[in-house]
Design a protein around this ligand. Structure first.
Ligand code: MRU
Length: 346
């Protein structure tokens, strides 16, 4: 399976997701600022993957701090963490990962700067490894929801490329296939960055899982034709009441799924759940450059001077969600008490 991101010789190497599937090219980040640029520019994207990148980015930043003074190190490290968190605002995993790295730094610094640096590198690599295992666990739980022959519709890319590996929504698909079930996938192309057409299709094809790319506006048609049995998506931030922020267009898919009585499943690690916010209303939606909408591959497709709106995510209210699958198991509505319980039971 593809390696989305690796730590190699004190550098962060990531597959360039802007270029796939046409070119398989890797970007090498030698300092934390180039990791920030890669996250902002969508070289690496997907909530868990940018969490891993952020952890590796701040570890890279820590390595370059030239001091033996503990206080100076901590001041510099905290500043790097603040810059990293600001790279993209919607995915919970990014700030979750940076917070975890800050805790490691706080503890490790008692034993000196050198020790803190090596602990930070170790922790970033651990976050990557853990993410893969978590996705496999999500897959094992989630695949129980899919019968042999299920035709799944997914939006954006919640696969190996959006995570440390294996994937969340696509991890559920992979696990079902590994369990011997025949699964077909409809991949919404996902304008404007085409995560579905380019990335989901690419990785499913590579894994030998049948995939059909459809335009975003064809999802309703295929549901109406009774060609879709289940929708599975990942998530970028889940509020305490189960509202789900996810790639723009997901809300539309959820409403359509409800109309057609098709289950709408969300697969995500616990690190995507943000219990500090009561509902999706509190989620900050990233607004990206208008050019992503008015241009295609560098060429203008809309008239000169016309305005464009480019929210990168939307919020699907919890009432449209049939189940949330995490590494702790499957939660069905009502979510609020179950989410609280899963957090308090550790
Ligand atoms: O803008 P992106 O590509 O980072 O948006 C990503 C998504 O919406 C993903 O599907 C989501 O992060 C879940 S990833 C397992």
């Amino acid at each position: 399976m593809v390696k989305t991101i690796v730590w190699k010789d004190n550098q962060v190497v990531m597959i360039d997701q802007r270029k796939l599937p046409m070119r398989e090219r890797y970007v090498v980040c030698k300092d934390y600022r180039s990791v920030i640029r890669a996250i902002k520019g969508l070289v690496i994207r997907g909530a868990p993957a940018i969490g891993v990148a952020a952890a590796m980015g701040v570890a890279l930043g820590a390595l370059k701090i030239r001091t033996t003074g503990m206080d100076h190190f901590k001041t510099r490290f905290d500043a790097i963490c603040r810059e990293m968190v600001a790279a993209r605002p919607t995915a919970a995993n990014l700030s979750w990962a940076v917070e975890r790295m800050k805790q490691v730094a706080d503890e490790a610094i008692q034993r000196g700067v050198k020790w803190a640096k090596s602990r930070l590198v170790e922790e970033a690599r651990k976050i990557l490894e853990e993410d893969i295992t978590i996705n496999q666990t999500i897959g094992r739980y989630g695949q129980r929801l899919l019968k042999d022959g299920t035709r799944v519709l997914t939006h954006c890319n919640a696969g190996a490329l959006a995570t440390g590996g294996y994937g969340t929504a696509l991890g559920v698909v992979r696990a079902a296939v590994e369990a011997g079930k025949r699964i077909e996938v409809f991949a919404d192309e996902t304008r404007p960055f085409l995560q579905g057409a380019r990335l989901t299709a690419w990785e499913l094809k590579a894994s030998g899982i049948p995939v059909t790319v459809i335009t975003d506006n064809a999802a309703g048609y295929f549901m109406q034709q009774r060609k879709v049995d289940a929708v599975i998506v990942g998530a970028d931030r889940i509020a305490a009441n189960g509202d789900v922020a996810k790639k723009i267009g997901t809300y539309m898919v959820a409403v359509l799924a409800r109309t057609h009585k098709i289950p709408f499943y969300v697969a995500a690690p616990m690190s995507t759940i943000d219990v500090s916010i009561k509902s999706g209303k509190e989620i900050l939606i990233e607004q990206r450059d208008e050019k992503e909408v008015t241009h295609f591959q560098g060429r203008r497709t809309a008239p000169n001077g016309v305005a464009a709106g480019n929210p990168s995510f939307d919020v699907t209210p919890h009432r449209y969600v049939s189940a949330i699958i995490t590494e702790k198991g499957i939660m069905i509505p009502p979510f609020k008490a179950k989410i609280r319980k899963v957090f308090t039971s550790g």
